[in-house]
Write a protein that binds this ligand. Structure first.
Ligand code: HSE
Length: 402
């Protein structure tokens, strides 16, 4: 029997208990042992809950119980999750987490402590919710050199952008609806400003290169400047707007960014709508592969945490290999990255825009007093210099090359 403790009885933590309870027959068969929830750590009491008797308020009870060998950290945030996870690993107890913030900040350190203490620090649920993506990168694509990863990694923003696209609604309006439905947080900054996707792409990028990609070095733009007018233009061009998190191993260094992009109907990520996430991976032998599913939510995320618990049960006393060394990778400045841009300027800047960017085909959707166009391929720096020269623009969106 494997005795498990769950830290945090919130959305994901209660999901972990529900998944283990609902699928216990299959899970126990696959784990080749029985999983028993021995403790649930939370500040609150849960009178009437079937697991009420398992709730404890003192972490030391869990840490000092030698029977507990696997801990599910579903608390979120850095503190006290970092301290709890580190002490568990130092005591030889495996930790399975959904906490992307902690993984992005302290992943290599916690993985290395787990290795030294013959246990595991596993984080399948930290990226893409229920989508298996950490395991494919770690165990399945081991014959590949992964060249690039492009993902829709945030369910809240994908829901908002999908609604704006399909219903012509404005950002603020859809954000409010997403909050009312419980998809978006009351403080939605981490989602809409791209910070959540940034931490997730930092984790995937680190696994891609086996070294540490610091999320602080990743250029990040959110979706707050995207308007319903941008979607009118996107439609005219047979495109949509998606918040993409991407990284590439280039000859000039490691490239990573998070920003809204216009993507064409032919791209596999175009069809990823609502709260769904997808990760599009290019390997040098396999070519393209894509991983799709529910990127957020109680049961999908909990399912990924429990899959890690099963892995711990299968590898008791052993560490599952994970190549993510402490050495930092330099992320290159995006200014030399090349691409096309969709641009909207006030109509009185039309001549200046044509002079700066060359002869341009206008994209017209009948919006008065503005001039919209697509640029040729140019670097970010060239683009920014030209836009500065004409005194700014209403908006600009990068265009994903096919
Ligand atoms: N806020 C996140 C999202 C939750 O919307 O994708 C899952 O990490």
């Amino acid at each position: 029997m494997i005795h498990v403790a769950v830290l945090g009885y919130g959305t994901v933590g209660s999901g972990v208990v529900e998944v283990i309870e609902t699928n216990k027959k299959d899970i126990n068969k696959r784990a080749a042992t029985e999983l028993n929830i021995k403790y649930i750590l939370d500040l609150r009491d849960f009178p009437g809950d079937p697991y009420e008797s398992k709730v404890v308020h003192d972490y030391e009870v869990i840490l000092n119980d030698p029977e507990v060998t696997v801990i599910c950290e579903t608390m979120g945030g850095i503190n006290p999750a970092y301290d709890f996870s580190k002490r568990a690993l130092l005591a030889g107890k495996s930790v399975c987490t959904s906490n992307k913030e902690l993984v992005a900040n302290h992943g290599p350190e916690l993985i290395s402590i787990a290795r030294e203490h013959h246990c595991n620090y596993l984080f399948e649920a930290s990226v893409g919710g229920g989508i298996p993506i950490i395991r494919p990168l770690n165990y399945s694509l081991t014959a590949e050199k992964i060249d690039s990863i492009t993902g829709i990694l945030n369910g809240t923003t994908n829901y908002i952008l999908t609604k704006m696209d399909k219903e012509g609604a404005d950002f603020e309006e859809v954000l409010k609806e997403a909050q009312d439905k419980g998809y978006a947080e009351r403080n939605p900054e981490a989602d809409v400003e791209g910070y959540d996707a940034c931490r997730k792409i930092a984790i995937l990028s680190s696994l891609m290169c086996g070294k540490n990609v610091k999320y602080e070095e990743i250029y990040t733009e959110g979706i707050t400047k995207i308007s319903s007018a941008d979607f009118l233009y996107a439609k005219q061009m047979n495109k949509s707007v998606k918040l993409l998190a991407m990284s590439r191993d280039t000859e000039n260094g490691f490239f990573a960014m998070v920003a809204p992009f216009m993507i064409s109907k032919e791209h596999p990520l175009y069809c990823v709508n609502d709260v769904f996430n997808a990760i599009y991976v290019h390997g040098n032998m396999l070519g393209d592969s894509m991983y799709y599913g529910r990127g957020a939510g109680k049961l999908p995320t909990a399912s990924a945490v429990v899959s890690d618990v099963v892995d711990c049960a299968r590898h008791q006393g052993k560490t599952v290999m994970c190549f993510w060394e402490n050495e930092d990778v330099k992320v290159v400045n995006i200014e030399n990255d090349k691409g096309k841009f969709f641009v909207r300027v006030d109509s009185d800047k039309k001549d200046a825009a044509i002079e700066a960017f060359g002869a341009l085909a206008e994209i017209n959707v009948g919006i008065e007093k503005e001039f919209a166009f697509m640029t040729q391929v140019m670097t970010e720096k060239e683009f920014n210099d030209k836009i500065e020269k004409i005194g700014g623009c209403i908006n600009r969106i990068r265009i994903l090359s096919a």
